[in-house]
Design a binder for this molecule. Structure first.
Ligand SMILES: [Zn+2]
Length: 591
C-alpha cells in the first residue's frame, strides 16, 4: 500500500522542515570592513543558551584569537529570554576573507566579512564630501535651468558639479528597507556599513537602549586617529542625521542630547549649523536639554571658538590661531538661500546674520587647512530635502544652486592649493520630483491647471538673468518651472511660489486625520490634490517622502577615478579611505 500524502500533511511537513530561528551576527554578512577600523562584534541567539555548547569561530579559530579577547556572554539580554555574545571595540588588521560561524549547539549560522587594506601611499591630502540632502536629478536640472539658462535647447553654461570627470549611480537601500532616511544613508558614507532607518554609526540589533547597539567606527574617528582635521557643516540643525553621521552612534537619530555629547567626545575640529537649544543647560530659557550640562561652555573650555553669526564666524576663521570652531547660527535650521538672500522670510528676521552653506564651507576650509596632515570635511545642503518634503520647489531649487556654489568654491580652492583634494558630490537619497513643464500666467486660462504647459507648450521659463552666484532675483515670474511631487498628502496645488514662507501642505485635523492645509484653499484656482500617502495612524504623512531611486555621485581629484558605473552607497566610504590610505600599513597591518 502506498502512502497518500494529504495536502494538510504536506503543509505540516513543510512547516517542520523550516529551520529554527538562527543566530544574528554583527557585522552582517558581506560586510566590507576597513582593516584596523573599530567595531563591536555581537551574536544574538534566538533563545537562552548553555555557555558550554556555544562556539564562535572566525576562519575556524576561536574568535578570541582573531579579535584579541573573548566576547562576554550575556545570559539574558535586557532581562529577556535570549542570550547574546558581545565584544566591543575590536578590529582586524590583516586584510582578507573572514568566515564567522556561531553555534549554540543546535543551530549554526555563518557570515562572511571582507577586510580590506588601502594603498600604502595617500593619493589625496584632503577630502570634501558634499551631500545635497534629497538632491535628485530634477533638482540638478532645475538649478542648471535657473542658473545658466538655455537657448535653442542648449545650456549657456554648466554647473560646477557638471564639470567633474567621474560619475556613478549609488544605490541607497538599507538593511531593513528599499527606502532609506538621512540617518542610515549618511551612515553608509561615514562608516562603509549598511544599516537601517533612523540608525547612525550602529547596526540595528535587538538591544533595548538606543545607545547599546553594535557600533561601527566613523570616518571622523579614523581620520582623527591619523592626526587629520575633521569638520561637518550644514544648514540643518547640527544634531540632524546627516552631519551627526560623522560622530554619532545611536539607533535613534532623534537622540539630539546624546548626539551633542558625541560631538563633544569626538573632538572634531569644525562643526557648524543650527540647533543651539540642545547645547544649553536645562535651566537656560529655550534649552532642549534634560540635564544641566552647558555644552557651549564645555566646547569653549576645550579650546573651540564659538560663532553665533556669520560675522563672528569669519572673524574666528580669519584669526590664524583658530583651529577649532563651534558655529551655531540658529535655534532650528539655518534658513535656505531663497529666504536668506531674497525673500527674508522664515527665521531671517530673527537671525539676520546667518551664513549660508557656501560661507560656512569657506570658513571651515580656512580653519581645517591649518592642519598639515590634511582634512576631511562634510558639507551638507540640507534643506533641498526639507523643502522637497514640504513640496516647496523654489526653495529646494535655490538650495541646489547654493550646493553648486559651494562645489565651485571648493574646486577653486583645491586648484589653488596643490590639487590634492578629493571632491565628492552626492545625495543621500532622492525625492519623487520631476520637471513637468512650466506654468504660464500669460495664458488666458482661468483654471490654474490649464496654465500648465507641457511638451512644446512648456517652452522655456522667463526667470531674470541670474546674479553672480547663479540666483535669479525673482521667482514669481510669469512663466515658471513646474516641478511635480509624486508622493504627497492631500494638499492644495497653487501652481505658484510660496512668497510668504515655506509651504505647509497638510495638517492634522481634530480627528487626527492628515488633511490639506486650508490656508491655500481660497487662492483662486487652487486645486485639491488627493494624496497617495497614509493619512492616519502612526505613518500619517503631512508632507512628501523619500524615494528609493539611485542617486548620482560626481567626483574629481585624486582617488575619484574609482567612481564609475553602479555602486552601493557604502562604496563611497571605501573610496575615501583608499584615497587617504587610512588602513594601518606595514607591520601594523598584520603583514
Ligand atoms: Zn528627508
Amino acid at each position: 500500500m502506498k502512502f497518500a500524502i494529504s495536502p494538510f500533511a504536506a503543509l505540516v511537513a513543510a512547516t517542520l522542515a523550516l529551520p529554527a530561528a538562527a543566530q544574528t551576527i554583527f557585522p552582517i554578512d558581506r560586510a566590507d570592513i576597513l582593516s584596523g577600523s573599530h567595531f563591536d562584534f555581537k551574536v544574538e541567539f534566538p533563545g537562552i543558551v548553555d555557555p558550554a555548547t556555544v562556539t564562535v569561530t572566525i576562519n575556524g579559530q576561536d574568535h578570541a584569537k582573531v579579535l584579541g579577547k573573548p566576547a562576554e556572554l550575556i545570559a539574558r539580554e535586557d532581562g529577556k529570554e535570549v542570550s547574546s555574545l558581545l565584544l566591543r571595540d575590536v578590529s582586524i588588521t590583516r586584510p582578507g576573507a573572514y568566515t564567522v560561524t556561531a553555534s549554540d549547539g543546535v543551530t549554526t549560522k555563518s557570515v562572511k566579512w571582507n577586510v580590506y587594506a588601502t594603498p600604502a601611499k595617500r593619493a589625496a591630502k584632503n577630502v570634501i564630501l558634499f551631500i545635497g540632502d534629497g538632491f535628485s536629478i530634477a533638482h540638478r536640472t532645475a538649478a542648471r535651468i535657473l542658473s545658466k539658462g538655455l537657448v535653442e535647447g542648449k545650456y549657456n553654461g554648466k554647473l560646477a558639479v557638471d564639470e567633474m570627470p567621474y560619475m556613478a549611480l549609488l544605490s541607497t537601500a538599507g538593511t531593513d528597507s528599499i527606502i532609506t532616511d538621512s540617518a542610515n544613508a549618511a551612515h553608509a558614507y561615514t562608516t562603509g556599513h549598511k544599516s537601517c532607518v533612523n540608525a547612525l554609526g550602529v547596526y540595528c540589533s535587538r538591544a533595548a537602549s538606543t545607545l547599546d547597539h553594535p557600533k561601527v567606527e566613523t570616518i571622523a574617528s579614523i581620520a582623527k586617529r591619523r592626526g587629520m582635521a575633521v569638520g561637518a557643516v550644514t544648514n540643518s540643525e547640527i544634531e540632524d542625521a546627516t552631519p551627526a553621521a560623522m560622530v554619532a552612534h545611536t539607533r535613534r537619530r532623534s537622540d539630539f542630547n546624546d548626539i551633542v555629547k558625541m560631538y563633544y567626545d569626538s573632538k572634531i575640529d569644525v562643526m557648524m549649523g543650527g540647533g543651539s537649544p540642545n547645547f544649553l543647560p536645562k535651566s537656560t530659557p529655550g534649552s532642549k536639554r534634560n540635564d544641566e550640562t552647558d555644552y557651549i561652555e564645555q566646547f569653549k573650555q576645550a579650546g573651540y571658538a564659538l560663532a553665533t553669526t556669520k560675522t563672528e564666524m569669519f572673524a574666528a576663521a580669519d584669526n590664524a590661531k583658530t583651529t577649532k570652531i563651534l558655529g551655531l547660527y540658529n535655534t532650528g535650521n539655518v534658513d535656505g538661500a531663497l529666504d536668506l538672500k531674497f525673500l527674508k522670510k522664515g527665521s531671517v528676521p530673527k537671525f539676520p546674520d546667518q551664513p549660508d552653506v557656501v560661507e560656512e564651507m569657506e570658513a571651515a576650509i580656512k580653519i581645517l587647512s591649518r592642519n598639515k596632515n590634511g582634512f576631511v570635511l562634510m558639507v551638507e545642503s540640507a534643506r533641498i530635502d526639507k523643502y522637497s518634503h514640504s513640496m516647496d520647489q523654489e526653495r529646494a531649487i535655490y538650495d541646489a544652486i547654493m550646493l553648486d556654489n559651494a562645489v565651485r568654491k571648493a574646486k577653486e580652492w583645491a586648484k589653488a592649493n596643490g590639487n590634492n583634494t578629493l571632491i565628492l558630490v552626492t545625495a543621500d537619497h532622492t525625492h519623487s520630483v520631476s520637471l513637468v513643464g512650466t506654468v504660464n500666467d500669460e495664458s488666458k486660462e482661468s483654471e490654474l491647471r490649464n496654465r500648465v504647459g507641457v511638451y512644446e507648450g512648456a517652452g522655456f521659463p522667463n526667470y531674470p538673468a541670474p546674479d553672480a552666484d547663479g540666483y535669479p532675483n525673482k521667482v514669481d515670474v510669469s512663466r515658471r518651472l513646474y516641478m511635480a511631487f509624486g508622493s504627497s498628502p492631500d494638499y492644495y496645488e497653487t501652481f505658484a511660489p510660496h512668497m510668504d514662507g515655506e509651504f505647509v501642505p497638510a495638517i492634522k485635523n481634530a480627528e487626527g486625520i492628515m488633511v490639506a492645509n486650508e490656508k491655500h484653499k481660497d487662492i483662486p484656482g487652487a486645486v485639491l490634490r488627493v494624496g497617495n500617502l497614509p493619512n492616519k495612524g502612526s505613518r500619517a504623512a503631512n508632507q512628501g517622502v523619500h524615494t528609493g531611486d539611485d542617486v548620482l555621485l560626481t567626483a574629481m581629484g585624486p582617488g575619484a577615478e574609482k567612481v564609475h558605473g553602479q555602486m552601493e552607497n557604502t562604496a563611497l566610504f571605501r573610496i575615501i579611505t583608499e584615497a587617504l590610505a587610512l588602513a594601518p600599513q606595514g607591520k601594523a597591518a598584520g603583514k
